[in-house]
Design a protein around this ligand. Structure first.
Ligand SMILES: Cc1cc2nc3c(=O)[nH]c(=O)nc-3n(C[C@H](O)[C@H](O)[C@H](O)COP(=O)(O)OP(=O)(O)OC[C@H]3O[C@@H](n4cnc5c(N)ncnc54)[C@H](O)[C@@H]3O)c2cc1C
Length: 460
């Protein structure tokens, strides 16, 4: 920091419409907080952009002054890749605008928008695009890694619904990437993360949905987990694209529809979502109630935006978090043993293991159609270790790692790049498979000096 002349920083301040924050300023500490409280990085400068031109100024400043450069979208990345120590952060969190063209079924979304911003704006027109399951997640990071959630089996990954993007390159140029303009760049940003530039605008395809969607939870005791998971596997194999069911093993939160005496006890919860007309979904949901003796359930038609926020209270920012994740093409009995074994030893009341369902339309494109290559993954399992006190770090991280080892023999070898923790840079190739070499070629052409390297890095 000392090596940047104050006059240069003052010139940057004058050049941007947003703010430039430095250590010691009142807003600085708030601006360096991100979702995962384990991350405590101190950038030299945070450029809180108001416009795409501000992002251009930030890129130029970092390049000209030899500064490490990070990009912050929603700040949810588990590995803390929204921030860097000592360098410059291009913070897009103020650029949250969403414009919907309902007739064309398109949304234009600024690079700092959260999922909730897009869901609210699109649902105002009875439309939606596939995003994730926690409404405070950033659209940018989620999309650039692939993006999956409740609509993915029906409409594909978030990247499969990306029509175009506005990208600030390492050279400081603003370019449009689409199937016809800069097609290599467009291919690379659909899964390749923040390696290729600052995306300040995304254009998504939208689909009619809701506003009421059949969704909710059916909850079983952990003692029934083995048979519930086996039934779940059967059901998932036959499920139509409209139906998505995830299984979550954790301690029961104090949900009003669960008997009080079960709160804090081990459960397996089935999170159910039907993307079609709610009445048509009811017969498909019915068998899920017969996997055993449920402790309780809360399933019905509710606004899509409410369902998109249903998990927010369990995923609030400010806790310490560590994740380990595998992809699976099938669920084997041995895997269920590993899942249940770990669920019986949850090291904190906030830890969970979730089995997320992919497949459906998300499996249709060829693995090389986009940089995201994991088209054969039918399930992703994320072990989400979450706790409050630094003194518990070792215990909680250790639990996640030992489940990861136990599950490895049953996994596909692939992984979702957005679920990689800070110590997993060696798994980046596994996230891209055969697409890795093409990603390197695109990286060499648009960012040969690796200016954009605070990410799951593709080295030029
Ligand atoms: C509670 C929680 C729930 C989640 N649920 C889902 C889910 O359901 N589905 C799913 O697919 N993923 C999910 N994720 C993972 C999520 O996709 C990643 O954490 C993603 O990185 C978040 O994006 P962000 O913009 O919030 O992240 P940030 O931390 O801001 O950024 C993440 C990475 O993307 C880069 N980046 C961010 N913005 C830009 C930009 N505008 N231009 C270029 N690069 C940029 C950053 O440099 C960084 O490398 C979840 C994460 C959390 C914490």
């Amino acid at each position: 920091m000392n090596r940047i002349q104050p006059t240069k920083i003052e010139a940057l301040e004058r050049a941007v419409k947003g703010d430039v924050l430095r250590p010691g300023e009142p807003a600085y500490d708030e601006a360096r907080k991100i979702w995962n409280a384990m991350i405590d990085k101190r950038p030299a400068l945070i450029v809180r952009c108001a416009t795409t031109e501000d992002a251009v100024r930030g890129v130029e400043f970092a390049r000209e002054n030899g500064l490490l450069l990070a990009i912050r979208g929603g700040g949810h990345n588990i590995a803390g890749l929204a921030l860097c120590d000592e360098g410059l952060v291009i913070d897009l969190s103020r650029m949250k605008g969403v414009k919907v063209d309902a007739r064309a079924r398109r949304a234009s979304v600024e690079g700092g928008a959260r999922l909730a911003d897009v869901d609210a704006a699109t649902q105002a027109h009875g439309l939606a695009t596939p995003l994730g399951i926690n409404s405070t997640t950033g659209v940018a990071g989620l999309t650039l890694g692939g993006g999956f959630g409740w609509l993915t089996r029906k409409h594909g990954l978030t990247v499969d619904n990306l029509e175009s993007a506005g990208v600030v390159t390492a050279a400081g140029e603003v370019v449009r990437a689409s199937a016809t303009e800069n097609p290599d760049l467009f291919w690379a940003i659909r899964g390749g993360g923040g390696n290729f530039g600052v995306v300040t605008r995304f254009e998504f395809r939208l689909h009619p949905l809701g506003p009421g969607v059949l969704s909710g939870l059916i909850v079983y005791p952990i003692s029934e987990a083995r048979s519930v998971l086996r039934e779940y596997r059967e059901l998932a194999a036959k499920a139509p694209e409209d139906l998505t069911v995830w299984a979550i093993l954790r301690h029961a939160p104090p949900l009003p529809f669960l008997p009080k005496e079960t709160h804090g006890k081990g459960i397996v919860a089935l999170a159910v979502f039907y993307a079609g007309e709610p009445k048509k979904g009811e017969p498909l949901v019915e068998p899920l109630r017969k996997f055993g003796e449920p402790l309780g359930e809360h399933v019905g038609a509710q606004p899509y935006v409410a369902w998109q926020q249903a998990f927010d209270p369990l995923l609030a920012p400010g806790a310490r978090n560590y994740w380990k994740s595998h992809n699976f093409t099938r669920l084997e009995d041995g895997l269920f043993d590993a899942v249940i074994g770990a669920a019986e030893k949850l090291p904190s009341p906030h830890c969970e293991i979730f089995l997320g369902a992919l497949g459906g339309v998300a499996s249709a494109p060829a693995p090389d159609a986009t940089a995201y290559s994991e088209r054969d993954a039918q399930f992703v399992i994320n072990v989400h270790s979450r706790w409050e006190k630094p003194a518990d770090d070792g215990r909680c991280v250790g639990w996640a790692r030992s489940f990861f080892e136990a599950a490895a023999p049953f996994a596909s070898g692939g992984v979702y790049v957005n679920f990689l923790s800070a110590d997993e840079g060696d798994r980046v190739r596994a996230a891209y498979g055969r697409n890795y070499d093409r990603l390197v070629r695109v990286k060499r052409s648009v960012d040969p000096d690796n200016l954009f390297r605070v990410n799951q890095n593709i080295r030029p």
